[in-house]
Write a protein that binds this ligand. Structure first.
Ligand code: AMP
Ligand code: ZN
Length: 460
């Protein structure tokens, strides 16, 4: 069985051949830590977690390196720090913001059932690597210093034409188009409209480091160079898979490729470029102004993380996803059922009917359809397959208990009412037994009678 992945650069699905099967290497752009992550941010986290798990399943746990960075230097972080901690020196305030937000992010994605990546590098710990790449780019004639900035020149890259990729190849744009589309108010220090920032001066009080390229004033890195530096440090000059959301293709990933390939004289940065589609909420673009902006944190107050996870995976990762309450309710019912049936079963090997669609460019909707098929036929394969996908982290009792807690239902009281109802039924007092059933329903508890007795669950 072979894995096939869609590559944004070659625009086709190809068989995945690792550069080194003993160390399969994947980089995914991580969060900028200035605020709670929203449910759109959860999509790459969940999608690439499934790929990470699948790669570990195929190549062995010790043979996959997954790097997801934390961007902890950024204008948005500085603004947030100044706003939230006006009394503190900026650097201290920034540390508070990035620490808090980083912790929140971890709590959120742990709850989504995402494994921690092998390495989670922070941008501020890789300034040396950034400077090194910038120096190489200046030396190679791909970048220049101007007014305390260092700029990368895509025109110089495309003019060099020596075993390098074409700038614009990943996002399928030509430089002429980019020039035509450039803003009129191009910064005065740029030689060309398409040049982008590798390094810039810091304002007073902002985080700053000694600058590269002979610049005297201290400064700080641009965003794109951060990922080139962290990927290089932890995965090398050229690796297997680079991922992120579709919005990152241009300019972020196009610029990463340019920086890395020009600094290390490579034809490619990664063999497969994978991008998840966008998430919208109830058929609308998620935005603060529309009032439909939902954080992972808020959703976790209402739903177990695995419900959010399943809901995300019901759509193929490259398609847009419409995040709706209706779909969430359906995902919750499905998981309740799988927990009841499979959580306490001895897990067997994941079923071929589940693994095969995953091998076909992570076709999770088809894998989920196969899980439904296993429910009635092979519970141990269902349990094993669910675990491969990152579900069933709790026992059936824990799952049910959490649901009751979340809904405020008092389990002891429910049990007492059910035994009263059973007693009423056995003395054929159906008026009383119906009354108790209605009472339970009003408490949000659904009961089910069978020959083995009465079971109950919290109706969401
Ligand atoms: P950001 O913090 O905006 O750089 O986003 C972090 C990650 O979340 C990136 O991989 C983005 O592409 C991804 N992302 C942001 N918004 C959405 C969305 N609405 N749907 C899917 N992915 C998103
Ligand atoms: Zn990145």
């Amino acid at each position: 069985m072979e894995l096939r992945l869609y590559d944004t650069l070659s625009r086709d699905k190809r068989t995945f051949v690792p550069l080194d099967a003993k160390n399969v290497r994947m980089y995914v752009c991580g969060p900028t830590v200035y605020d709670f992550a929203h449910i759109g941010n959860a999509r790459p986290v969940i999608v690439f977690d499934v790929l990470f798990r699948l790669l570990r399943h195929l190549y062995g746990e010790a043979h996959v390196t997954y790097v997801r960075n934390i961007t902890d230097v950024d204008d948005k972080i500085n603004d947030r720090a100044a706003r939230d901690f006006p009394g503190l020196p900026l650097n201290e305030a920034i540390r508070k913001v990035t620490e808090q937000t980083g912790k929140q992010f971890h709590a959120d994605v742990d709850a989504l059932g995402a494994l921690r990546p092998s390495v989670e590098p922070r941008a501020t710990e890789h300034i040396g690597e950034m400077r090194e790449i910038i120096e190489r780019l200046v030396k190679g004639g791909f970048a220049y210093a101007a007014e305390d900035h260092v700029l990368f020149s895509p025109q110089a890259m495309n003019a060099a034409n020596s075993g390098l990729p074409r700038y614009g190849a990943l996002s399928n744009r030509s430089l002429d188009e980019m020039i035509a589309g450039a803003r009129v108010d191009v910064a005065p220090y740029k030689h060309d409209a398409t040049d982008f920032v590798l390094w810039k001066p810091s304002k007073p009080g902002e985080p700053s480091w000694p600058s590269p390229a002979g610049i005297k004033a201290e400064g700080r890195p641009g965003w794109h160079i951060e990922c080139s530096a962290m990927a290089w440090k932890h995965l090398g000059e050229y690796f297997d898979i680079h991922g992120g959301g579709i919005d990152l293709v241009f300019p972020h990933h196009e610029n990463e490729v340019a920086q890395t390939c020009c600094a290390f004289h490579q034809q490619r940065m990664a063999n497969y470029w994978m991008h998840n589609g966008f998430l919208q909420v109830e058929s609308e673009k998620m935005s603060k102004s529309l009032g439909n902006f939902v954080t992972i944190h808020e959703l976790l107050a209402d739903w177990p993380g695995e419900v959010l996870r399943l809901n995300m995976l019901k759509t193929h990762y490259r398609s847009p996803i419409d995040w709706t309450l209706k779909s969430l309710e359906e995902s919750a019912r499905t998981l309740d059922d799988w927990y009841r049936v499979a959580a306490d079963a001895e897990p067997g090997q994941p079923a071929a009917s589940v693994v095969e669609p995953l091998l076909d460019d992570l076709n999770t909707p088809l894998a989920i359809a196969a899980l439904h098929g296993l429910r009635g036929s092979d519970v141990s394969a269902l349990a094993g397959s669910l675990r491969l996908l990152g579900f069933l982290s709790e026992s059936a009792a824990q799952w049910e208990g959490r649901k009751q807690q979340a809904s405020g239902v008092d389990a002891k009281e429910v049990e007492r009412l059910i035994s009263e109802r059973t007693a009423a039924r056995s003395r054929k007092d159906f008026k009383e037994s119906d009354r108790i059933r209605d009472l339970l329903a009003a408490m949000g508890v659904a009961i089910k009678d069978s020959k083995d007795g009465t079971t109950w669950e919290v109706a969401r």
